[in-house]
Design a binder for this molecule. Structure first.
Ligand SMILES: C[S@@+](CC[C@H](N)C(=O)[O-])C[C@H]1O[C@@H](n2cnc3c(N)ncnc32)[C@H](O)[C@@H]1O
Length: 329
């Protein structure tokens, strides 16, 4: 049912969690119109251009990877317009999309959405509770990321679980400023992704905007945070990612979900999701021979809920140079 793009790199035995190793610009056009209920997109921010940041108390180069290097304002915007146009096409008329970014990319993303005549529903500020200090002392400390929530058109009648959000906010209306910690150590136990989003952020987004069984797509799925949130909340998930190392982390996070759930519950890092399905951890029946070779079931990770050193999750550079042109691969 979910095999919309072609042969998946990984597919769960229930076929409700799929990972594709593909370039989104090539994969998205093969998804039929009006198929997806919700999209969460955490695209390249184009901030790895020789600037510096503070990581673990020390000045370090901002280098998330080649995929994060700027190709110049015009080419970056053309890229954003291209994948957003496909996202708009494949969203159901009443579906929605969340797109995250810092100032390096968020204006292009917002403008592209306006060009595509999408309906902006909210601009959410994710306040990163413990941001790294600004070493240059010439700027305010970068402490937020923006998340634009939009529907495909002005006619859309989008879904919003108002009551779940109110409950999560202690009985008061959920506002558009969200204080959420960076990913915890145990969220990174299968490997580090340089811009991994906190699970708590994705749980809130998925819970607010989808119903159980809905189909969620992440075109830049990285370490699979969106997929983990979907699995915990019983939504179907498709992730697209270029880098096999990140796909491997995502697959491992999914396969160890029982443990993740237990550790998360113990750590109380999020308020109880509406349906915390007990999932059986078992080797998937392989439709993709050889795919699961060498996968170990890891032991339960001891409770260790320290916050990872500031500066890890998609933090903007302190005083990065303006993006220089570079050819997109
Ligand atoms: C900002 S990260 C997403 C992190 C993710 N939200 C998480 O929690 O781990 C963006 C990801 O997009 C991937 N990527 C970049 N360009 C891509 C493309 N054209 N198609 C598919 N994936 C791409 C990168 O490898 C990177 O892992």
């Amino acid at each position: 049912m979910l095999r919309l793009i072609g042969f998946p790199w990984f597919m769960s035995d229930k076929r409700d969690f799929m990972l594709y190793r593909q370039n989104s610009l090539e994969a998205l056009p093969s998804i039929p119109d009006c198929t997806v209920d919700m999209i969460f997109a955490d695209p390249p921010y184009f901030l790895s251009n020789g600037g510096s940041t503070c990581s673990g108390g020390k000045r370090s180069l901002v280098d998330k990877g080649d995929w994060d290097q700027s190709c110049g304002v015009n080419e970056n915007h053309a890229f954003n317009l291209a994948w957003l146009k496909e996202c708009r096409r494949i969203l159901k008329p009443d579906g929605t999309i969340f797109v995250s970014g810092t100032h390096h990319v968020i204006f292009s993303l917002g403008f592209a959405m306006q060009q595509l005549e999408m309906k902006i529903l909210n601009e959410i500020s994710w306040f990163k509770v413990n941001p790294p200090p600004n070493l240059a002392c010439r700027y305010f400390t970068h402490a937020t990321e923006s998340i634009i929530w939009a529907a495909p058109s002005a006619q859309s009648r989008h879904y919003f679980d108002y009551h779940a959000m109110k409950e999560e906010n202690g009985g008061k209306q959920m506002q558009s400023v969200w204080s959420i910690q960076p990913p915890r150590k145990q969220e990174k136990r299968f490997g580090k992704h340089p811009t991994q989003k906190p699970l708590e952020l994705l749980l809130r987004i998925v819970k607010a905007s989808t119903r159980p069984g809905d189909l969620v797509l992440d075109p830049f799925s990285g370490s699979g945070t969106t997929g983990v949130a979907c699995a915990l909340l019983e939504r179907r998930f498709m992730g697209i990612e270029l880098n096999p190392d990140y796909l491997t982390i995502a697959r491992q996070r999914y396969l160890s979900l029982d443990e993740e759930t237990v550790v998360e519950e113990r750590a109380k890092s999020f308020r109880k999701p509406t349906s915390m399905a007990a999932r059986t951890l078992k080797a998937p029946q392989s439709n993709t021979p050889g795919l699961f070779d060498g996968i170990q079931t890891p032991g339960l990770v001891p409770e260790n809920d320290e916050v990872v050193a500031p500066g890890i999750p998609g933090t903007g550079p302190e005083d990065s140079d303006p993006p220089g042109p570079r050819r997109r691969r």
